[in-house]
Design a binder for this molecule. Structure first.
Ligand code: HEM
Length: 546
């Protein structure tokens, strides 16, 4: 070792001479070597320094600050699986300067999603992303209790009475789309032998916004879609990306467009709301529902709050539903047996003797087990949201059942960290599910099976409900199946999403049969919502009237 020490000493001495000989070289040295020194110190810190036993294990990473951003960003589920093998169900990784503690499995979901909002805050985790897009004074821009009241107002608009009116409207929109959009040209030519082809996510994105605006958002927004609204929506959507989550404000064109689009869209909605108030028109949509609400304090909702809630709902429902519809169509195109069973369910319940179909009612739609299991299974394998985060407001001990070392006491997640739950992981956990990565809707029809039990504990069926201020919801925080989240931030769009997706799939597959002539696409994790990667084409052919 002595000669090695000698070499190092000589090298250091000559470096010092080189640097001190010129100030320019010193700057160059600092620029080139400080990152290297930071990397070396970061690696040594992790390898040599004793670990604080009260902290969850930290995922080994080379580059400080950047941390595991690359592995997590490219394939979060693969990254979680590797970390679980190495560190267990609870571990912390560095994500561009943030420390994120992941808690996996149903117990991890329960810990994060069932946590008190005083300790785990959604608004502190998300508001820098959402406020520029949704606008001021709603959702994560207000204290949690106020947002819970806003969720309650939205639930008024998501009434069964409104849903009854929506089925026919959605059928109508899909029919019109198929009759007019260029993606369905072969269908429009009335030829039952030729196959056409479409990019499934492109058409689902259009159908989702058309149907959501025709129903929830109201006729004025639907009409606006044919004009400037779509452009505004695209610009706003360009500000709702992982980049915006990581960097709230960058001097980029997409950020500027986001801000302009928000302002214009907000004005567009405020204008509609004013006209509605003046005319007294009471439609079966969210605008009418929100106009009639008051906070517990007696304060009615001002126009800008209604406008911003509507923008938030548009964003919350758009990519989630269009991603789910895309994956469902891809699997149906691949799995012809299930596609046929779905079609026959439609024929049996709604088929006319001449091969045409009658409209469904909302009540009938809820009683279609094959349709239901297709949506449930698609959401199990492709939940649109892979990571649910909260900001840690005060030190929180991890329950020992989650994997804390018993001899050192419980791990403590320090204030200033983020916590992350990923129901996507428990939804494909081989310890819970049989053939977890196979898309198999029939798993939902076994009343004694794992799927039925998971669903029971997620839905209201075991009677354990809790009210966070927006009406009773099932507790469901420890179910291995949670595509709509759980706890106080649980989705309120679930019933609408089932209605929308079921009606879209039925209306489409009544008229065309579909096939997949490519491998099932992989997940694209580079978008906020997990989408199928391109190519994601589906072939279709017009069905003959029987
Ligand atoms: C919350 C999923 C459709 C409105 C959530 C959450 C998930 C989710 C996982 C929890 C987020 C968290 O805890 O941080 C889905 C899926 C959908 C869907 C998979 C469709 C397949 C919709 C629709 C709407 C909507 C159509 C509106 C009509 C909301 C709202 C919240 C929410 C208001 C509450 C956010 C909070 O309390 O922090 N959704 N969603 N969602 N979703 Fe959905």
């Amino acid at each position: 070792t002595l000669p090695t020490v000698g070499y190092v000493a000589t090298a250091l001495e000559s470096t010092q001479n080189y640097v001190t000989n010129s100030p320019g070289r010193a700057i160059l040295f600092a620029v080139v070597y400080s990152p290297l020194i930071a990397i070396v110190l970061n690696v040594l810190r992790q390898l040599i320094l004793p670990r604080d036993p009260s902290l969850p294990p930290e995922v080994f990473h080379i580059i400080p600050i950047f941390g595991s951003a690359m592995s997590y960003g490219n394939d979060p589920l693969g990254f979680f699986a590797q970390c679980k093998e190495k560190y267990g169900n609870v571990f912390t990784f560095v994500l561009l300067g943030r420390k994120v503690t992941v808690a996996l499995g149903p117990k991890g979901n329960n810990f994060v999603l069932g946590g008190k909002s005083m300790a785990f805050s959604a608004e502190d985790a998300y508001k820098h992303l959402t406020t520029p897009v949704f606008g001021k004074d709603v959702v994560y821009d207000v204290p949690n209790e106020l947002f819970m009241e806003q969720k309650k107002f939205v639930k008024v608009g998501l009434s069964v009475e409104n849903f009854r009116a929506y089925v026919g409207m959605i059928e109508d929109e899909v029919d019109h789309f198929m009759k007019t959009d260029a993606a369905f040209l072969i269908f429009q030519m009335n030829d039952i032998n030729d196959w056409g082809r479409f990019d499934v996510t492109d058409i689902m994105a259009q159908i989702t916004i058309l149907t959501a605006s025709r129903t929830l958002q109201g006729s004025e927004v639907r009409q606006g879609l044919d004009k400037t609204f779509s452009e505004l929506f695209n610009d706003l959507d360009g500000g709702f990306t992982p980049l915006n989550f990581l960097f709230p404000n960058l001097p980029l064109e997409s950020y500027r467009k986001r801000d302009v689009a928000h302002r214009k869209m907000s004005e567009f909605y405020v204008d509609i709301i004013r006209k509605r108030r003046e005319s007294g028109i009471d439609a079966q949509d969210m605008i009418s529902a929100l106009i009639s609400q008051k906070y517990r304090s007696g304060r009615p909702l001002p126009d800008h709050e209604i406008a911003h809630i509507l923008i938030a709902l548009l964003m919350a429902g758009q990519h989630t539903s269009s991603a789910t519809g895309s994956w469902a169509l891809l699997h149906l195109a691949e799995n012809l047996k299930v596609q046929e069973a779905f079609y026959q369910e439609q024929v049996k319940n709604f088929g006319n003797p001449d091969g045409t179909f009658r409209s469904m009612t909302y009540e009938e739609l809820r009683e279609l087990p094959i349709m239901d299991s297709i949506v449930r299974e698609t959401l199990r394998l492709h939940p649109p949201i892979h990571s649910i985060m909260r900001y840690v407001r005060s030190d929180v001990p991890v329950p020992p059942t989650l994997g804390a070392p018993s001899k050192d006491g419980a791990y403590v997640i320090p204030r200033g960290y983020y916590v992350l739950a990923s129901p996507s992981v428990s939804q494909v956990d081989p310890e819970v599910w049989h053939n977890p990565t196979t898309w198999d809707p029939t798993r939902w029809s076994d009343p004694e099976g794992v799927a039925a039990k998971a669903f029971k504990s997620y839905a209201d069926e075991n009677g354990e409900t809790i009210d966070f201020g927006f009406g009773a919801v099932s507790k469901g925080t420890d179910s291995p199946y949670q595509p709509f989240g759980a706890g106080r931030h649980r989705c309120i769009g679930e019933q609408f999403a089932y209605l929308q997706l079921g009606t879209v799939l039925a209306t489409m597959l009544r008229q065309v049969e579909i096939r997949l002539d490519q491998p099932m696409p992989e997940h694209n994790y580079h978008t906020m919502i997990t989408m199928p990667k391109k190519p994601r084409n589906i072939c279709y052919r017009r069905r003959a009237l029987d």
